[in-house]
Design a protein around this ligand. Sequence first.
Ligand code: ADP
Ligand code: MG
Length: 374
Amino acid sequence: GYHKVIEENRKLYNQVQDLKGNIRVYCRVRPFLGDQQSHNSSVSNVEEGSISILTPFKYSKEEKKTFNFNRAFGPSATQAEVFSDMQPLVRSVLDGYNVCIFAYGQTGSGKTHTMSGPDELNEETIGVNYRALRDLFLLSEQRKDIISYDISVQMLEIYNEQVRDLLTIDEIRNSSQNGINVPEASLIPVSSTSDVISLMNLGHKNRAVGSTAMNDRSSRSHSCLTVHVQGKYSTSGTTIRGSMHLVDLAGSERADKSEARGDRLKEAQHINKSLSALGDVIASLASKNAHVPYRNSKLTQLLQDSLGGQAKTLMFVHISPELEALGETLSTLKFAERVSTVELGAAKVNKYNNNSDVKELKEQIASLKAAMAR
Ligand code: ADP
Ligand code: MG
């Protein structure tokens, strides 16, 4: 009906906005935990697109500093609200875009809460990873008469510049699938949310193996859930491919030099290396350098296809509300500000034509009509 048409128009508008090509930056403030409620917050105000921080004079001349984002979420934002803003971006994977979503922030700021959620079995608090796949299944089902999709996933961990496959069950190994860059890691076809839940459980179990302090390790490694999508139009046979990286980055806090020795120091250097390589790639994209230094870290190598002009990128920064975290909070927000100035070219669809353009246009019209009718 009428409302559906308006809804579709809003989505088209969002898509046009997407095509403007900046890296999108979102920010989320974690609530106080447990019995901390009575503490003062460093966050004085959260609007739809900005966050204001109270800064003591020691950090800045002003008492209040406001940072702007594409979207800001306060401590009471729900997982559903957060996902709903990311939904058009996630859905564009099925149109053949490469999408990359990063969770950035200091340890304890809520990255894993946003991406995975605290509990796989709780519908209300489950995170972006699961919601994104569930939504892709839903949309692919709605489109199935026009286009048929194959969806598969990988889960990787980068720890000390080594990439580990978190889904090793020694069934499917793949180094290059149809010419796209797939890291040598298990690529598991999925068709339902229960498939996804069991793979996430496997991934989390494998991630815990070989680490004595799981929390410690997870804050020092990057984890990446990659979704590969291939769609085939039923009439023309035209194929489109999209991919989405959902990345829970290592904690962004600076290593405490006095404490870091031996293994800890090595870890800290590796984390700094890949996060600063990510920063360098973004800076290089911002200044439109011909050479972008993707090869400086495992993280940027892995994400090469999904960073830069061809892809849609969302940097989702997380901050802790505690006054003690203010130093890290300000450095996170400054990083976010730098990222949000990056302009990319328009994102491109990965499309492989087998047949005439006319047929394909007809299909697009058919799918638009179908969308309007819903
Ligand atoms: P990170 O992954 O950045 O180290 P976590 O996601 O593990 O941080 O969050 C630290 C703690 O705060 C966890 O206990 C988590 O459940 C809780 N937490 C984080 N964000 C939220 C939120 N938005 N609502 C409720 N609890 C949260
Ligand atoms: Mg975490």
